[in-house]
Design a protein around this ligand. Structure first.
Ligand SMILES: Cc1cc2nc3c(=O)[nH]c(=O)nc-3n(C[C@H](O)[C@H](O)[C@H](O)COP(=O)(O)OP(=O)(O)OC[C@H]3O[C@@H](n4cnc5c(N)ncnc54)[C@H](O)[C@@H]3O)c2cc1C
Length: 465
């Protein structure tokens, strides 16, 4: 019998375990993770023998110790302006304080010396405003893929003797065995069944399964009759251009979150996940290959390019309920046409023709991802594509060169939002002792918010123990 069972060893699960042990080292805690330990996580794409996603059983990019963030750029955005709606549950101040607390932990575990960027007092705010663009407020800690790995390694080494980790062990089923779900008492027990057929019991349970666990999360909510809603998906492309074009912005802010309201449809298009001198990568979500990006702190690993996503948020209203399936269908179209991710020069998109290997090779931008040259207008809905093109021209005014013919667009980038699970101000479901946190709850969409939600539930649990 464990005091606390944690499902998922992404940032949400890791920081829950960290804080629980810090607050009460006598607690018996188990962490179940479907993916591999950190050192065994290796994506087979090497750009040489394996050029594109081969759909591994456990995706090393999305699963394993460190979760989806393990090989990410390690950008911890300290803000309530984006990255999730944790503040709606726990309050603005507490959310930001927890994000700062997580930053302190990251610094203590190997991140010291990494840079913190801030939009406060930036002259770019005015420049953006003049050009109908809005720069969102944030502080950004950039760990970089390499230092992020060091922090995760140090956290694991610290936790491994205090917590029972079960890797390559997917949780298939959760049962509530108590007498009354409205109270936490001696009868409260959660029983889990894992992929190897074993069962374990815990008095309280924290589920933090992220985006890769979204389908499973749906079945858990169905089985336990926990309400959910799902109505948003963000669709777009990843833009890759010479780093010098955005250097004035990235040097000062590292990552700028800029929003543009399109003239044609009054949709919001925003920049997302900016990676100065970074690389574009494949991402596999439930077998569908989409695009993402990251960059390294180590200058030796820098490329000559910067990449970022341009995304349009699509909110659906009744009766359509499955926004993620809409996003998946569009991503599947690009996979069908391109065998994976498609890349197109902006100039080719504007001229209404597909890109080909020759034109890309002749261009100024050397792609960092081997994607299939193609035509994104055959994949993305017109409304979304028009919005993206409008925004590229708007960005060209604050970063001249963005709308150059050779700017590369990779598609599709999809930001799936997990369905929002019905949880209260403790991030607890209607079952006392059953908490759902991180991206799997639909409340967070980022490293900092997911990590903060982990610390938060740990404190709630430790209060009650
Ligand atoms: C390539 C990439 C780059 C990113 N870059 C950034 C960035 O720079 N900044 C930022 O803020 N965010 C970034 N993100 C998003 C960020 O990684 C996530 O928001 C964050 O990891 C969410 O944390 P989490 O703990 O909620 O879930 P996850 O990190 O997704 O972890 C969930 C874990 O649960 C495991 N799991 C799932 N189902 C089960 C099950 N049934 N049983 C057991 N285990 C299970 C999974 O294997 C996974 O390891 C990036 C994401 C990707 C993919």
């Amino acid at each position: 019998m464990y005091d606390v069972i944690i499902v998922g060893a992404g940032p949400g699960g890791i920081y829950s375990a960290y804080e629980l042990i810090k607050l009460d080292s006598s607690l018996k805690i188990a962490v179940f993770e479907a993916g591999h330990p950190l050192e065994k996580r290796r994506c087979p794409i090497d750009g040489d023998k394996v050029k594109s996603c081969i759909k591994c059983k456990s995706c090393a990019i999305m699963s394993g110790f460190g979760g989806a963030g393990a090989f990410s750029d390690g950008k911890y955005n300290i803000t309530n302006d984006f990255g999730g709606t944790l503040y709606e549950h726990i309050g603005n101040k507490q959310a930001v304080d927890l994000m700062k607390y997580v930053d302190d932990i990251n610094m203590a575990y190997g991140g010291e010396g990494t840079k913190m960027y801030s939009t406060a007092g930036s002259s770019f705010k005015t420049l953006c405003m003049i050009n109908k663009l809005k720069l969102l407020d944030a502080q950004v800690r950039h760990l970089g893929t390499d230092i992020n790995y060091v922090v995760l390694t140090n956290l694991y080494n610290d936790l491994k003797d205090k917590v029972d980790f079960f890797f390559d062990t997917r949780v298939d089923n959760i049962e509530y065995l108590g007498n009354d779900k409205d109270v936490l008492d001696d009868s409260t027990v959660y029983k889990i069944t894992t992929s190897d057929g074993n069962t374990y019991e815990g008095r309280q349970c924290v589920i933090s399964v992220g985006r890769s666990g979204s389908k499973w999360m749906e079945t858990v909510c169905k089985d336990l009759d926990i309400s959910t809603k799902s109505n948003r998906v963000d669709l777009g492309v990843r833009v890759e251009l010479p780093a010098c074009i955005f250097e004035h912005l990235t040097k000062e802010l590292y990552e700028s979150k800029i929003v543009y309201r399109t003239e044609k449809f009054e949709d919001n298009v925003r920049t997302f996940c900016m990676n100065p001198h970074g690389v574009v990568v494949n991402e596999n979500t439930n077998g569908i290959v989409t695009v993402n990006g990251h960059s390294y702190e180590d200058p030796a690993k820098h490329t000559d390019n910067t990449n970022f996503a341009l995304l349009v948020a699509k909110h659906f209203s009744e009766p359509f309920k499955n926004s993620n399936e809409y996003g998946e269908s569009i991503a599947r179209l690009s996979n069908m046409l391109g065998g994976g991710v498609i890349v197109q020069r902006f100039g080719d998109l504007v001229r209404g023709r597909r890109s080909n290997a020759k034109r890309i090779a002749e261009g100024l931008v050397v792609p960092t991802l081997a994607a299939t040259p193609g035509d994104l207008s055959l994949v993305l809905p017109k409304r979304i594509l028009d919005g993206i093109m409008e925004m590229i021209y708007a960005l060209d005014k604050i970063a001249p060169g963005t709308a150059n013919d050779d700017t590369l667009l990779y598609g599709v980038e999809v930001k799936f939002y997990n369905m929002e699970v019905d949880i209260d101000e403790n991030l607890e479901t209607k079952y006392k002792g059953l908490f759902i946190i991180g991206d799997g709850s639909g409340v967070t969409h980022s490293l900092s918010h997911a990590s903060a939600s982990g610390v938060y539930v740990a404190r709630r649990i430790a209060d009650k123990e």
